[in-house]
Design a binder for this molecule. Structure first.
Ligand SMILES: NC(=O)c1ccc[n+]([C@@H]2O[C@H](COP(=O)([O-])OP(=O)(O)OC[C@H]3O[C@@H](n4cnc5c(N)ncnc54)[C@H](OP(=O)(O)O)[C@@H]3O)[C@@H](O)[C@H]2O)c1
Length: 343
């Protein structure tokens, strides 16, 4: 298959290139960058030295391909989606542009009207763990928010298996690394200001809340976002209450049932060792999501945890997984490698 990437110079674009250049069923045809036009791809992504001699091309120079990835900042894909659809029959967009189906919710969280509302319904929310069957026949896949992915994966079992009491509010604490902000800099990302932080930047109202509500069918979920001193990684710790009578055994059973059939979900719940609960550190660079839980049997307080690499399972890894599915390939192709230890 011939694939191309618009926005190839960004962090998510770089991860797409890393994955797709070694994917056995894919030829990367073009990667665009307007600000690095004509430069070698490895000059922007030095980890790709000796992997490719490709140079960045312009968005105006795109040739037809089988799958087109859009790795642009929010708001850009929706401006030109009809043109991009002329280039490829299948599109995987990593941005938030086509994630929300409810236009009122979109306006509330993104504070503007959508430029291409008619296109939204053509897109399937691209988290295979939730939409695998729909994706198999889809042509257009929307990306997933990294914080939303961690939050959804932390809560999915509790919701799907009916373990969580829906009448109680659900709180999700998310800790996230600096690469989630992309490559553009601001005062807060300047090293002396960003280094060593534990900085709560969105106590409530983060945009990804809308995706979590949509995908889990919840209205009582509250996200709090905190930047921590990581480059990659997102950790969602969710607090809910189980329905009366739900035991730890029930929760184990549900997690085992789910994780057993999911190629990238690993249940982490050990009594010994250092890595007893999910932790993003050992997921850097991989498409795995580690999930786990603890139940306080006295109070019914359920703590569910999900750890991911925000640029992989939270963005480009899931996007390649989605490409595999919509193209009829084995879902895990080019993605089944684990992370590094120690790192
Ligand atoms: N970073 C994450 O952890 C993460 C996770 C999930 C989803 N995403 C989504 O993935 C998309 C890309 O994120 P990223 O982190 O890779 O961002 P990034 O590092 O800032 O890269 C953005 C890319 O878009 C291009 N671009 C095109 N029009 C632009 C414009 N008007 N302003 C700025 N750049 C423009 C840039 O290259 P040129 O300007 O050279 O063309 C660059 O290649 C975003 O929609 C983001 O929400 C990111």
């Amino acid at each position: 298959m011939k694939v191309s990437i618009i926005g190839g110079s960004g962090y998510a674009g770089g991860e797409l290139l890393r994955l797709l250049l070694s994917h056995p069923d894919v030829d990367v045809n073009q990667a665009t960058s307007e600000s690095h036009l004509g430069e070698y791809v490895y000059q922007q992504h030095p980890n790709l030295r000796k992997q490719t001699k490709m140079k960045f091309t312009s968005r105006q120079m795109l040739e037809p391909c089988d799958v087109l990835f859009l790795a642009l900042p929010h708001g850009e894909a929706q401006k030109h989606i009809a043109e991009y659809a002329q280039i490829a029959p299948k599109i995987v967009d990593l941005s938030a542009d086509f994630r929300l189906h409810d236009q009122a919710l979109y306006k509330k969280y993104y504070e503007s009207d959508h430029n291409a509302p008619d296109w939204v319904e053509k897109f399937v929310y691209g988290l295979p763990e939730l939409h695998r069957e729909e994706m198999k026949t889809a042509s257009y896949i929307s990306g997933v928010g990294c914080n939303a992915t961690a939050s959804i994966l932390s809560l999915y079992v509790g919701v799907k298996y009916g373990l969580i009491d829906p009448n109680q509010p659900i709180f999700v604490e998310i800790k996230v690394g600096s690469s989630e902000g992309g490559q553009s800099v601001n005062a807060g990302s300047h090293h002396p200001e960003r280094s060593s932080v534990v900085r709560t930047f969105a106590p409530y109202g983060h945009r990804h809340t809308a995706e979590v509500m949509q995908e889990l069918g919840l209205t009582n979920v509250h996200l709090t976002m905190t930047s921590v001193d990581l480059v990659r990684g997102a950790l969602a710790t969710s607090h809910s209450f189980v329905k009366p009578g739900v035991t730890e055994k029930d929760i184990w059973k549900a997690y085992r049932d789910w994780a057993e059939n999911e190629p990238f979900i690993r249940l982490v719940k050990d009594k010994r060792g250092i890595y007893r609960v999910p932790e993003p550190k050992i997921l850097a660079g991989t498409n795995f999501a580690d999930v786990g839980f603890e139940l306080d049997p006295e109070t019914g307080h359920l703590i569910t945890i999900a750890a991911i690499d925000n640029l992989m399972k939270g963005a480009s890894g899931t996007a390649v997984q989605a490409m595999n599915i919509i193209s009829g390939l084995e879902e895990t192709t080019g993605l089944s490698f684990c992370g590094l230890h120690p790192i």
